[in-house]
Design a protein around this ligand. Structure first.
Ligand SMILES: [Zn+2]
Ligand SMILES: [Zn+2]
Ligand SMILES: [Zn+2]
Length: 104
């Protein structure tokens, strides 16, 4: 696996204390439904995973070029670089509180 060279884009060093859900799903009327949530480590955007209908985390990367997301699902600590299409190790402090997923 090529080593990710995009970790200098990571601005988020701490998990948010709580999130409301996928920002882009919640902005829809009626709100979209998501399964799992991913946090953009460049700007803190919260989007839904590729198993969710909206695929807003991937959409956020396509729209902004922000390359690295981290899972904020309970017990998951992996991060992913869209450009390398590979896992990245990023340590974040704190714990995040999630609402129940509409599709969970
Ligand atoms: Zn990378
Ligand atoms: Zn979404
Ligand atoms: Zn972002």
């Amino acid at each position: 696996m090529p080593k990710c060279t995009h970790t200098d884009t990571v601005n988020v060093t701490e998990l948010p204390a709580s999130v409301d859900g996928c920002e882009d799903c919640l902005a829809l009327d009626p709100p979209g439904q998501w399964l799992h949530l991913r946090l953009c480590l460049e700007c803190g955007h919260v989007g839904c995973c590729d198993d969710s209908p909206g695929q807003h985390a991937t959409g956020h990367f396509k729209g902004t070029g922000h390359p690295i997301i981290r899972s904020i699902e309970p017990g998951e600590t992996w991060s992913w670089c869209y450009i390398d299409e590979g896992g990245v190790r990023v340590e974040l402090a704190g714990e995040v509180e999630l609402p129940p997923a509409p599709l969970g």
